[in-house]
Design a protein around this ligand. Structure first.
Ligand code: GLV
Ligand code: MN
Ligand code: MN
Length: 428
């Protein structure tokens, strides 16, 4: 099909400014910036709130209208020529306890760059274009992950999220209220309002694009994820006096279970990736047997049946551990695999291919996402898809996370191209 808006899309993508994009990425990274080059900006902390303010000022300087909703999702809106639902892009600006400069931040800053490019190219779109910074995508301070986008799509879930507590006993609801009260000057938007489409730009966070030598990828879907909290309760006792055969050692039980869970993991299409990332040992003393060990389990797989099987295995293994204590398993997050609509993937793919070709690269790779993203919830609400750029050495959730700056610019160009096409009302 010949696209009548191709000219405007090319003008928008060429107006993307490499230096301006780099400067905004670098400035955003100073909020929570670390000496090792990483960023510590967990959701709804003081640095997160300061970073939000920085983005609000940037968006205002681009002529955007700024708004917030009940989950503190922030919206930066470039007006359309008609009163239509917006075409939305964006991601999140919260990070892991020690994260990089790009996970999430790139999608938000890339969206602002697309708006700047549309401004510079003098292009008006029929639909408004909005950039959103979703609250608490990472889920490391308050579980579960992708709270803001989930609450947007299913507002009834927000009441439960408000009860979630961080490691210091702060409630998500209280941190949220504080953030909302500091944003009283912003317009308020309802959750679950109609959106025309959602396109998220993100770093891949894995090795596929780098290994293929390609700067752009079009994401076809996101694998399923389940999180559990496992609590092994034994008996704290003296390390020197308690005979080995009379112990209820919670650490021993947790290690036994951990070994069994790791043995379930693998790289086959129907085998989950398994991560036991957070451990809490009580009383955590050199000369006391651990009385209680709590650890988290993150299981991911594109095959929902494999996640079901893993869950049944976890429950049976916890039950059959054969020791003097107890094991409790709680499922705290679950999301089935997401498949993005093929026609939107194809439309985004054409934008990526056009930008790749203009830069002398082969067509963009179609690939599935190993990480989860806000787009997995948005896909329940409106046609959604994603664009990936490569990650150096496939590393993310690490201060060393990096992407070739040229690829970052190509990603923003592909986004500007796709938003222009969608913003003119072209449907796949
Ligand atoms: C997102 O940060 C994820 O854990 O996939
Ligand atoms: Mn992310
Ligand atoms: Mn992340």
């Amino acid at each position: 099909m010949i696209n009548p808006h191709a000219d405007a899309a090319v003008r928008a993508d060429r107006a993307v400014d490499h230096d301006r994009l780099q400067a905004r990425i670098a400035t955003l990274a100073t909020y929570g910036g670390r000496e090792d080059g990483g960023v510590s900006r967990e959701t709804l902390t003081d640095v997160d709130r300061a970073a939000r303010r920085y983005l609000v000022d940037e968006a205002l300087s681009l002529g955007c209208e700024v708004a917030i909703d009940d989950c503190a999702n922030l919206y930066f809106r470039r007006a359309g020529t008609e009163d239509l639902p917006p075409v939305v892009t964006g991601s999140h600006i919260d990070t892991q306890p020690i994260g990089g400069k790009l996970d999430g931040a790139y999608g938000v800053v890339g969206g602002l760059e697309a708006i700047a490019a549309l401004n510079d190219a003098g292009i008006r779109t029929r639909h408004p274009i909005e950039v959103v910074a979703w609250t608490n995508e990472e889920g490391c301070r308050f579980g579960p992950g992708a709270m803001g986008s989930s609450a947007f799509v299913e507002p009834a879930g927000l009441a439960g999220f408000r009860q979630s507590e961080d490691g210091r006993g702060v409630r998500f609801g209280d941190a949220l209220d504080r953030t909302l009260s500091e944003a009283r000057d912003l317009a308020h938007r309802p959750l679950a309002r109609p959106l025309a489409a959602y396109v998220e730009l993100h770093i891949e966070q894995g090795p596929v694009l780098e290994q293929a030598g390609l700067p752009l990828g079009v994401v076809t879907g996101i694998q399923g994820v389940r999180w559990y909290r496992v609590t092994c309760t034994g008996q704290a006792a003296h390390a020197g006096t308690t005979p080995m055969d009379r112990r209820a050692d919670a650490m021993l039980a947790a290690m036994d279970l951990a070994r069994q869970l790791h043995a379930q993991a693998g790289e086959a299409a129907d085998t989950p990736r398994v991560t036991l990332g957070r451990w809490l040992v009580e009383p955590n003393s050199v000369n006391t047997i651990a009385g209680k060990v709590t650890f988290t389990v993150d299981a991911r797989c594109p095959d929902e049946g494999a996640l079901e099987h893993f869950e049944a295995f976890l429950e049976a293994a916890a039950r059959d551990l054969g020791w003097r204590g107890t094991v409790e398993v709680e499922n705290v997050f679950r999301k089935s695999p997401t498949i993005f609509p093929a026609d939107l993937v194809e439309l985004i793919g054409r934008s990526c291919d056009a930008v790749s070709a203009a830069a002398g690269h082969p067509a963009a790779r179609r690939l599935s996402s190993g990480a989860f993203h806000d787009a997995m919830y948005l896909a329940q609400h409106c046609p959604s898809a994603m664009i990936f750029v490569p990650s150096k050495d496939g590393i993310s959730h690490n201060a060393a996370e990096a992407t070739d700056p040229v690829a970052l610019t190509l990603g923003a160009r592909a986004l500007a191209h796709a938003l222009t096409v969608l913003g003119q009302g072209t449907r796949p």
